[in-house]
Write a protein that binds this ligand. Sequence first.
Ligand code: B1M
Length: 213
Amino acid sequence: MTLEERLASYVVEGSKDGLIEDLTEALKHYAPLDIINGPLMAGMDEVGRLFNNNELIVAEVLQSAEVMKASVAFLEPYMEKTETATKGKMLLATVKGDVHDIGKNLVEIILSNNGYEVVNLGIKVPPEQLIEAYHKEKPDMIGLSGLLVKSAQQMVLTAQDLKQAGIDIPILVGGAALTRKFTNTRIAPEYDGLVLYAKDAMNGLELANRLMN
Ligand code: B1M
């Protein structure tokens, strides 16, 4: 197996044996984020495919998630950091009913490495908690992540509740449950502020930069 294939297979197999050695080797050839977006994401996509075909059970997918999280934690110190003053503050959450947090946590890492203060509220975050945190933290933007089809609908409800609470700061949304079309036609009309869709964490950073400039 090539190095890239081995990296994907750690995620698919949910195994950490040899992982750190191979990640260390990969760092000689690739930037940390390219390792995540390349072979590790390819492994996760395969896990999703196998799970969909009932060839993996939830417990096995959890092990794969653990490998992905361990890889991201190992690679994080090698990611580029800007030493600028705070560019802005983001409240970040996976929406109510959804436990998927790997993508959200990647957004936190990328943004905080690039000058943003990120208040990560965690998973299954109901609108009430976001509204309370908004008043406490006074963020410049809100980031919402969701991977389940029902989470896309939950984002519409969240946008409605934020609007009702008089909040109109930009919302950045992302996660496999969403598309730009859904964002524009279903979420944006329910909110008074800007709603921007990010296809991945780097795109999230680009959009945040555009908002703050
Ligand atoms: Co679940 N799961 N899962 N799962 N899981 C999916 C999402 C699924 C597509 C798998 C499948 O069937 N093929 C499917 C959803 C089906 C649907 O709704 N249409 C699914 C299901 C069904 C479920 C359960 C219901 C299973 C069950 O219990 N029967 C259950 C849901 C529980 C719940 O949420 N209430 C469940 C549970 C789990 C685990 C706990 C086992 C585990 C999550 C562990 C964790 O996150 N701590 C898990 C996993 C790992 C997956 C897959 C395999 C991988 C997700 C992942 O971490 N990807 C996933 C299949 C897949 O996506 N291929 C699947 C890697 C991560 C980096 O990508 O989060 O997409 P992602 O983030 C990307 C972009 O989306 C974007 O940036 C990142 C890249 O840079 N992004 C943002 C994300 N958030 C962003 C926010 C932004 C900007 C960009 O700004 C704010």
